[in-house]
Design a protein around this ligand. Structure first.
Ligand SMILES: Nc1ncnc2c1ncn2[C@@H]1O[C@H](COP(=O)(O)OP(=O)(O)OP(=O)(O)O)[C@@H](O)[C@H]1O
Ligand SMILES: Nc1nc2c(c(=O)[nH]1)N=C(CO)CN2
Length: 173
């Protein structure tokens, strides 16, 4: 069965734009994953310890993978791009978070859905509202756009001329 999921991407070390684009291309190459929509890329002030600005984006996926397998794929792609886990919320080459899988809710030691901190993070909600404004919060029914409108977006700047999308030519279209 194919399900729709939303993911967040972030990078604040290395060639961040190339890393975000490479991560989306790697996901789209997986035989059980299709990238259906990508947001713009945003330059965002860091939340957490002092560190460089981030580049953030969100994408929608259609996949036949169960959520745990999709999370493992995201962690494998992070590792492929050289991510080393150091301090919590510290600088990183690539961070991939699984935000939403349809309206599923789960809380295990390995996976929480929806992602528990997504709703208060403008660096997640602004790109997500661009591509999935009507997606309802699985518990409250409030939409992504409604929740996003309650957040301060002062430190979130859309980059006008770049995106993370997989070019149609690389999909054989
Ligand atoms: N929805 C989820 N998406 C991504 N990771 C999750 C999720 N739920 C639980 N995890 C677990 O969280 C672990 C730590 O994730 P990570 O190191 O990316 O945290 P972080 O990015 O520093 O902080 P945050 O979780 O606040 O974004 C992962 O190994 C994963 O098992
Ligand atoms: N602006 C911004 N700040 C962050 C980010 C991020 O992606 N963007 N990720 C973090 C770790 O999850 C910690 N802080």
């Amino acid at each position: 069965m194919t399900v729709n999921s939303a993911i967040a991407l972030g990078s604040n070390l290395g060639d961040s734009l190339a890393i975000l684009q490479g991560a989306i291309a790697a996901l789209d190459r997986h035989p059980n994953v299709s990238v259906t929509r990508c947001s713009s890329i945003y330059q965002t002030a860091p939340v957490g310890p002092p560190q460089p600005d981030y580049f953030n984006a969100c994408a929608l996926l259609a996949t036949t993978l169960p959520p745990e397998a999709l999370l493992q794929l995201l962690l494998a792609i992070e590792a492929q791009f050289g991510r080393v886990r150091r301090e919590r919320w510290g600088a990183r080459l690539l961070d991939l978070d699984l935000l939403l899988v349809e309206s599923q809710q789960c809380q295990t030691s390995r996976l929480e859905l929806p992602h528990p901190r997504m709703w208060e993070r403008a660096f997640v909600m602004v790109p997500l509202a661009e591509i999935a404004p009507d997606w309802p919060h699985p518990a409250t029914g409030q939409t992504v756009a409604e929740i996003c409108a309650t957040l301060s977006t002062d430190d979130i700047h859309r980059l006008p001329d770049v995106c993370v999308c997989v070019p149609p030519s690389s999909r054989g279209l």
